[in-house]
Design a protein around this ligand. Structure first.
Ligand code: HPA
Length: 264
């Protein structure tokens, strides 16, 4: 057991954690839906994210949602902060070791599809690792050869569509392309991403999905669309704009996620 796992068990109890939820840019408020939360600052958990990006939380919450024991990472660490694509691996390994069988990921993303607009939710069906880096580089065992077919669990995707329909919530679906960031894309890069078959672009999530699939976790991921890709509209893309626009998607995720956790 990792040192962080010991700390978590001491603070939050030894009952197994059933699922993990990662909150993206401007979405850190989603942790409010957790019952009887125990909060542990990342700074006290060895290997957990550094908490260096504004709009991201910097603590782990453990509590109950939808009848399940859930761990919420209120902020993530990104490849663009330092060039380490495996930054989230220690946290994910620790939580998988404490019992988690599913990883739910949220992020903010730019849409490439005129039918998916700011404020919409886009379920991720598949991804394109355009950053060209992989968090498993350096992993010495054969575990590194991870199969990425159906990496975004088809069963969980189906359930989310059923839940969203029952709630009257529009839930789109598409392919997420990972650009390393931290600069936003050029209009030419956005046109290329469209040509490659992407539906949305963002700077996170993909490395976590790869690590999670190696660990055998079921993965679900959803983008809160905060803007159209660079050059596709007149709005000026910025981190401030992303954080401000994330509020609309957050309200929808607040409805969707507890029901999905219950159905896990
Ligand atoms: N590009 C990359 N990442 C993003 C975007 C974008 O347009 N919007 C929110 N995160």
């Amino acid at each position: 057991m990792t040192k962080a796992a010991k700390t978590i068990r001491e603070r939050a109890g030894a009952a197994p954690i059933e699922a993990v939820l990662v909150l993206g840019s401007g979405l850190s408020g989603l942790g409010a839906g957790l019952r009887e939360p125990v909060a542990i600052p990342y700074a006290e958990l060895k290997g957990f994210p550094g908490g260096g990006v504004s709009g991201h939380g910097s603590e782990l919450l453990i509590g109950e949602m939808g009848g399940k024991r859930l761990a919420i990472l209120t902020g993530r660490e990104h490849y663009y902060e330092h060039g380490n694509a495996a930054a989230m691996r220690p946290a994910l390994e620790t939580l998988a070791g404490l019992g988690a069988g599913a990883l739910l990921l949220t992020n903010s993303a730019g849409s490439l599809d005129p039918a998916i607009v700011p404020g919409d939710l886009m379920l991720i069906a598949d991804h394109i690792n355009y950053a060209g880096i992989n968090p498993l580089i350096g992993e010495p065992t054969d575990r590194r050869f991870v199969n990425m077919v159906d990496a975004y669990d088809p069963g969980l995707r189906g359930k989310s569509h059923e839940i969203a329909t029952a709630m009257g919530l529009a839930l789109k679906e598409g392919v997420y392309l990972w650009y390393s960031g931290p600069s936003f894309e050029t209009p030419a890069e956005i046109r290329m991403a469209i040509g490659l078959g992407a539906t949305a672009v963002g700077m996170s999530t993909v490395p976590e999905v790869i690590v999670a699939r190696m660990l055998g976790l079921k993965v679900w991921a959803c983008s809160s669309i905060t803007n159209m890709g660079a050059g596709l509209s007149d709005e000026r893309i910025s981190h401030e704009h992303t954080k401000a626009m994330a509020v609309q998607g957050a309200a929808k995720l607040e409805q969707l996620i507890p029901a999905l956790v219950e159905a896990l």
